[in-house]
Ligand binder design. Structure first.
Ligand code: HEC
Length: 263
């Protein structure tokens, strides 16, 4: 024995002699779980106001390491790690690089809005009125889909230095958003122009997220700020523009059976 007693030994002993006997003497309850661990479990996470423009430039520059989703999260969490500390310091934000390309290149939800939703859920937290984090996330999806993107102009652009084509995706899907832009710009997926465009889109989203978080922080967000008109009532999980994919004959999902007498 080297004289050190592991936590597991302690717990075994505590089980033998009764936790109560040890709690007051050797083990203080605080030392049981690390502070970082318990902070990580608190939800929502603390927030101090950030500058949307500063955040956007961080997001733009780090897109090149972390992709769209990772950079939206990093641009906010890295600043909060420096200003607040935990739980941001221990949070492996780089792991969200997996959101790139609509998750691992599958072209599903654009990583930037996926990252936005994750940040909002962690900071805004569980529903306080009618699921606030869901409303804000929906608002961002709606704004993303209907905005002539990209909005943000970087201080130090990597490409498209003179001008950049803009497109409205009408969809939060990476595949739709990126492909429509590539068509208009006549730029390939691997081109510097396309990368700069997606970095700018991520920066635009990070800017928007911080605007919302600041509003929430000042308790200035209420339903009047929400552009989103409410949950979709189509009978299936979907975005609104059914006809974009289905054409004129939008199929009808099965609807709940009307209760009959006796049911
Ligand atoms: C991003 C493209 C997209 C959008 C937008 C979309 N769908 Fe679909 N949907 C699909 C695809 C792809 C399938 C699978 C089609 C198949 O299997 O033939 C499907 C299948 C369905 C099905 C079941 C299969 C069928 O063909 O009957 C229903 C019902 C449906 N969609 C309804 C809707 C409704 C209602 C909306 C709008 C509220 C909507 N969809 C929006 C792409 C889309």
């Amino acid at each position: 024995m080297d004289g050190k007693i592991s936590r597991r030994d302690m717990l075994a002993k505590a089980a033998l002699v009764g936790a109560g006997a040890l709690a007051g003497s050797l083990i203080s309850p605080k030392a049981e779980a690390s502070d970082d661990e318990s902070l990580m479990k608190q939800w929502p996470w603390p927030y101090v106001k950030l500058d949307p423009a500063v955040t956007a430039e961080i997001a733009y520059q780090n897109w090149y390491n972390l992709g769209c989703g990772g950079t939206v999260m990093f641009s906010i969490f890295d600043q909060l790690a420096k200003k607040i500390g935990e739980p941001y310091k221990s949070f492996p934000v780089e792991s969200f690089a997996i959101y790139e390309g609509g998750i691992a290149g599958w072209g599903t939800t654009c990583g930037s809005v996926n990252g936005a939703g994750t940040v909002i859920s962690l900071i805004v937290g569980p529903p306080t009125w009618e699921d606030r984090s869901k409303t804000i996330t929906s608002d961002i999806f709606d704004w993303y889909s209907h905005t002539n993107m990209p909005v943000y102009v970087p201080l130090k652009p990597h490409a498209n230095k003179d001008s950049i084509p803009h497109t409205v995706s009408d969809s939060p899907l990476c595949h739709v958003s990126v492909s429509k832009w590539m068509k208009k710009a006549n730029a390939a997926l691997g081109s510097e122009e396309r990368k700069d465009r997606c970095a700018r889109v991520s920066a635009s989203v990070a800017y928007k997220v911080v605007q919302y978080l600041n509003m929430i922080h000042d308790d200035k967000f209420d339903k009047e700020h929400a552009n989103w008109s409410g949950p979709i009532k189509s009978g299936t999980t979907a975005q609104y523009n059914c006809a974009d994919c289905h054409g004129k004959n939008v199929p009808k999902p099965p609807m709940p059976k009307k209760p009959t007498a006796g049911e």
